[in-house]
Design a protein around this ligand. Sequence first.
Ligand code: 3PG
Length: 373
Amino acid sequence: MKLVQEAEVADKRVFLRVDFNVPVKDGEISDLNRIRAVLPTIKYLVESRCKLIIGTHLGRPEGKPSEETSIAPVARELQRMLNLKVAMAPGIFGAPVEKLVESLQPGGILVLENLRWDKREEENDAGFAKELAQYADVYVNDAFAVSHRANASVEAITKFLPSFAGLLLQSEIENLGKIIESPKKPFIIVVGGVKIKDKAGMIEKLAPKADKILIGGGVANTFLKARGEEISESVYDTEMVADCEKMLKKLSKKIILPIDSLKEEQSGGKWKIMDIGPDAQKKFAEIIKGAETVLWNGNLGYTESEKYRDGSLAVAKAMSQLVGKTSVIAGGDTVGFVKSEGLDKNISFISTGGGAALEFLAGEKLPGIEALK
Ligand code: 3PG
């Protein structure tokens, strides 16, 4: 894989694919993590005096342009963060966009409109990729978070331009790669969230190297169900009970389920698990304290409610005390939670990937990364 540091970019036009798929509401961006993470690559390219054309998707517009999925607020934010002029294109193609590309000067930045406004992006269409490639001389992928998608601006475009990995992509591969290859032990995995289906691959891949796998959230409910416990109306994944049963048998010494939980009463004497309980919090924190490497994906309770943040808070606090150790967080909700609690400072690596990080950690080949090899 060639790195952006090896590319000759001075005076050249560079197409930089980023993942600015950030939460935008009424023009306001509530989580800047993904934009911040690409700044080193953008600054590097600007200082190298290239003509920079940035492309991203936002949301799932499925080929239909709309104000809600416009990149304009993100371009404005980027301009503020960089304190440099950032031009916003009125679309992806067409004469006005071409004019803006042609008028780019070395050190100049132009952001294209949402690439998913054209449905050919998600179809990995070669024609669309070729049209994009015509804007540039060099392609740089710094969009780790969408590299699990074979999209035209991620995969097909590499057939038309000399292609390089950006600094963020390199850092994601290096940091998550270390977790897969050689995590220092004791190695603890913490898994929460709802969809066990998305996480089973990661658990299976990493389990042989892990010392303990601490499980909370909706994922734990499916395991509790598989163990034959009563979970009343708690959220769980019906299709995954059998798989969880198998995992419990195979990994009985490693999987740790919550020993207690916080429940919310429902009508008719029913109840729902909303968070791990105080004893489980203590136990999880204790195990994390002795770790050399911790990987956390997925919140342990309904953190949207103040009442059910304690489980995730206990894990976040324990991880933030692991100074000099390896602590890695992946997944938008978990990253957002840790940041909102101001506990991110000592975390050694925060991934920008959601699905991409899970697939990478499951040992799968990501099309965007493979295309650079
Ligand atoms: C993400 O947020 O995980 C990436 O931007 C990919 O988005 P997608 O799931 O809509 O393809």
